[in-house]
Design a protein around this ligand. Structure first.
Ligand SMILES: [Zn+2]
Ligand SMILES: [Zn+2]
Length: 379
């Protein structure tokens, strides 16, 4: 039996405190998870820094994996792939709701795009911890999940928590690459497919997982771009064939020329922008070949504007695609891709630092200092 539950709570911009909450009352279709690991993500840094409007107080953390501690009535039958749940099972949860309200324009007319719901709720992001059940974020010893609105996945056999915790960022990364998949006419040479060249701009966790996805999905040449030694080394181990090191190639012109050199003067079939730096966008467009695809996934917050030459987009006859989060089904893709890669890629080394729930502030500082690859919170 648990008594009080320790959580790291964001009370306001830049104000992170450790707080104890009572164990929530279990209702029908609810699950109480014992948290094992929860990733620290760029989104959390933006929440902390006040870059996103959220209903304080919020328990951050939307990338969590844990064990079933207690099941409310009926919850044992709510695993999305139909596997029965019992106490002790390792599970992960899609933090965003699926077509939640059922009444907004997007729920009615575009139910296949559930992330557009205007009333979408995301655990660890826009759910306040003020009122019971309180525990709706990952940086806590226990997490309360309403399995009637949030999709619960049993972690496949063979995936340890330190890899399963990557399901959420891997959902972002696999969807970003899937945005570039060709429309079904491979001979037209449009989009991503086996053997295609892929440039990944920015080798933080999302970029690194795009590299791993491209590797597992049979890309041809994979080219990573960054300036941080640890990230570059990890990208090479995850499947990058070439690195454009910004410390050596300091200008856009040099970097574009290097990508052209590596792609027979054509530019890459697909470029995925994961840096979230405005200047990376025109640079990535310049690296894309005529008829190629540029996917924007890095700018989920707004760091400002950049100049783009529309003539280049027109002349290249290229596609520019945005990728915003992922549908809940994407967790299945992510878990399967992680399972496919676990024997050959160092996925279990992506979490480089662990911090206790009460040390969340330290985790944020470590992310900001660009040390290591990815941080996680653990009880
Ligand atoms: Zn995240
Ligand atoms: Zn809706």
């Amino acid at each position: 039996m648990i008594g009080m539950v320790k959580a790291s709570v964001l009370e306001g911009v830049g104000r992170l405190v450790t707080q104890d909450y009572p164990k929530p009352k279990m209702g029908d279709n609810t699950i109480l998870m014992r948290m094992e690991l929860c990733g620290v993500c760029g989104t959390d840094i933006h929440l902390y820094g006040g870059k996103m409007k959220i209903p304080f107080p919020v328990i951050p953390g939307h990338e969590f994996v844990g064990r079933v501690e207690e099941l409310g009535g009926g919850a044992d039958g709510l695993e999305v792939k139909g596997q029965p749940l019992s106490e002790g099972d390792l599970i992960t949860v899609v933090p965003g709701t699926n077509a939640f309200c059922g009444t907004c324009y997007f729920c009615r007319f575009m139910p296949h795009k559930p992330t557009y719901c205007t009333n979408r709720r995301v655990m660890g992001v826009n759910m306040s911890s003020r009122d019971p059940p309180h525990l709706q974020g990952g940086w806590a010893e226990h997490i309360y999940v309403d399995a009637s609105h949030w999709w619960v996945y049993k972690v496949p056999e063979g995936l340890p928590p330190e890899v399963a915790v990557l399901a959420e960022p891997m959902a972002v990364s696999t969807r970003a690459l899937e945005r570039a998949f060709e429309p079904g006419l491979p001979t037209f040479g449009d989009g991503y497919g086996p053997g295609r060249s892929v440039v990944v701009q920015g080798l933080g966790p999302i970029g690194l997982l795009v590299v791993a996805t491209a590797k597992i999905a049979g890309a041809g040449k994979i080219i990573g771009i960054d300036m941080v030694g640890d990230r570059i080394e990890m990208a090479e181990r995850l499947g990058a064939d070439h690195i454009v090191d910004m410390r050596a190639l300091g200008s856009t012109g040099e970097r574009v020329a290097e990508v052209e050199r590596l792609t027979n003067g054509l530019g890459a079939d697909v470029v995925v922008e994961c840096a979230g730096v405005p200047a990376a966008v025109p640079e990535g467009i310049a690296m894309t070949r005529r008829g190629g695809r540029f996917v924007e996934v890095g700018h989920y917050t707004d760091p400002g504007n950049v100049e783009v030459n529309p003539h280049v987009i027109c002349m290249k006859d290229m596609d520019i695609l945005g990728s915003w989060a992922y549908p809940p089904t994407q967790f299945d893709t992510a878990l399967q891709i992680l399972l496919r890669g676990i024997d050959t890629l160092p996925l279990e080394e992506i979490i480089t630092h662990r911090f206790r729930v009460s040390e969340a502030e330290k985790a944020i500082d470590t992310v900001k200092s660009k040390k290591g690859i990815k941080m996680a919170i653990t009880p």
